[in-house]
Design a protein around this ligand. Structure first.
Ligand code: ADP
Ligand code: GLC
Length: 480
């Protein structure tokens, strides 16, 4: 099949979260299976400057209609592996910036224009380069206008650009909602600026367009596919999602085992497998030492890696700060995000007197070391479409403590409730839920035999993308 992916993040050219990992691993796996895969990404500074892109050829010059003006841009293409071509939609004014969506606390003012331009650039490239896609698969709000713009362009030019379109919701909390005045920039007919179109409480909602106009809609876990049809998790789009309930399916992400495999991970000081865990002990010592902690410390080490956002349950962690002050344990947190959470964590670290360490920046290597060197991984998300770190943890012999939401439910089973099969500790996403799970973690840690069984059981699970990519392949075929 000819498969086109459209996303605003793609590892290693741009990453702020799991979207980058998921799209990259899926596209790579599909390419390895012999499909012809194209990936469209904005021409961000980091993408254009990446060594893979140095030999990029300039494919096309773009002249994109944006309301009653035309904006120029260009498309650069390169092929980082067989069967995979990356297309960068470039316009320096929009994408030659340090961050993809905003500066710290505020989003860029021109995000609507930037991602309308991107979506139109994709559609124009498909048209002008005669790519003839079987499937065009768009991810999250930044790419959500593609299915609709593509069909409108087909009608206007009397041709077929794609047999089917797929839209995947990685996170419904980010919808791309903008003032109504941006609508004319889309050049879509006025009748799409209403309740059956992009209009949403007198604003324009990009994600709504993806949900309504793609042939099929997916989310990144079965549980999340159900959750977003309820007011509690739908972030105001639950009614819209319900209108597609026949066409929506939840397919769980995999993990990229070329990047996340403790047996070969080049970012670790030592490698390990369930047959020989001595390398994990080396990682543990290196982790503690990196934080100025006693490397031979024998108590439990809790790790955490995430965006410091409400979604990730930082409030629950902070509400349990007394646990880390009181109990004999260590906590190491890697994350960046909201200032109030950074401040709350700094206060906790100060109170806990050397037992809590913080790395408040982005650090790929450190994220691997925390996964490898910790005994437990804490993930108290309030909602979690899929989540990747709980799978990385299991692969790295680190027992995840996960709240019972979204993809966490689909990938972690509680080892107390299911002694024969459980690989983690799960809890309701509340302060008490986490408190209880932390206490259970101490008990599990004290029982070395059981700890080892749970740990090795997690390591033996197969979270590779093969199965996940197979499910997408099946979906593409069914839709065709
Ligand atoms: P989300 O996409 O909602 O942020 P996921 O669990 O799907 O959550 O993916 C998060 C990804 O981002 C993981 O690969 C995680 O290791 C990574 N990550 C988050 N924060 C950091 C950080 N400060 N440094 C390095 N990697 C990080
Ligand atoms: C989003 C979600 C996360 C998911 C990732 C990849 O960022 O927040 O749960 O794992 O997308 O699909």
């Amino acid at each position: 099949m000819k498969i086109v992916h459209v996303a605003s993040e793609f590892y290693p050219y741009m990453k702020t979260g799991g979207l980058a990992d998921a799209v990259s691993a899926l596209a790579g796996e599909l390419a390895d299976r012999g499909h012809e895969v194209a990936v469209f990404l904005p021409g961000y500074r980091t993408a254009v400057a990446h060594p893979d892109a140095t030999g990029a050829v300039r494919k096309l010059r773009l002249k994109i209609e944006m309301g009653d003006e035309f904006f120029s841009g260009q498309v650069r293409a390169f092929s980082p592996r067989p069967n995979l071509t990356v297309y960068l939609i470039c316009r320096d004014e929009y994408y030659d910036r340090r961050n993809p969506y905003g500066n710290g606390e505020r989003d860029y003012e021109d995000n609507a224009e930037r991602f309308i331009f991107f979506a139109k650039g994709v559609v124009d490239t498909l048209r002008l380069s005669d790519l003839q896609a079987d499937v065009v698969h768009a991810h999250d709000w930044q790419a959500a206008l593609v299915p609709l713009l593509l069909r409108v362009a087909e009608r206007r030019h009397g041709l077929t650009l794609a047999m089917k379109t797929i839209f995947t919701i990685h996170n419904i909390a980010f919808q791309g909602v903008f003032p109504a005045r941006v609508f004319p920039r889309t050049n879509l007919p006025d009748e799409l600026n209403n309740i059956d179109g992009l209009e949403y409480y007198n604003q324009v909602n990009f994600m709504k367009g993806g949900i309504l106009f793609a042939d099929r809609v997916t989310t990144v876990s079965p549980r999340y596919a159900q959750e977003i049809q309820t007011p509690e998790f739908g972030c105001g789009l639950d009614g819209v999602v319900q209108t597609r309930s026949e066409d929506i399916v939840g397919l769980i992400n995999g993990i990229d085992t070329a990047v996340w495999n403790p047996a070969v991970d080049p970012l670790l000081p030592a490698r390990f497998s369930s047959a020989d865990l001595s390398g994990k002990a080396v990682c543990r010592r290196a982790l503690l030492e990196s934080q100025g902690m006693e490397p031979h410390y024998r108590g439990p080490v809790f790790g955490m890696v995430c965006r410091l956002a409400e979604q990730k349950g930082i409030d629950l962690l902070l509400a349990n700060g007394d646990f880390f002050e009181r109990e004999e344990c260590r906590l190491i947190v890697l994350g960046t995000g909201a200032e109030r959470y950074e401040q709350g964590l700094r206060e906790l670290a100060a109170r806990a007197g050397g037992k809590v360490a913080l790395c408040l920046h982005l650090d790929e290597k450190m994220s691997h070391l925390i996964e490898a060197g910790s005994d437990f991984f804490v993930m108290p998300s309030l909602f979690e479409p899929c989540g990747l770190n709980q799978m990385y943890s299991q692969a790295y012999g680190t027992i995840p403590l996960t709240s019972q939401v979204g993809g966490l439910v689909d990938t972690v089973e509680d080892a107390d409730a299911h002694p024969q099969t459980g690989t983690g500790l799960t809890f309701p996403a509340t302060d008490e839920g986490l408190r209880n799970a932390l206490a259970r973690a101490l008990r599990l840690f004290a029982d070395k035999k059981r700890l080892s069984v749970v740990q090795k059981r997690g390591m033996s699970r197969d979270f590779g993308w093969k199965q996940a990519a197979g499910a997408y392949e099946q979906l593409y075929q069914d839709s065709l």
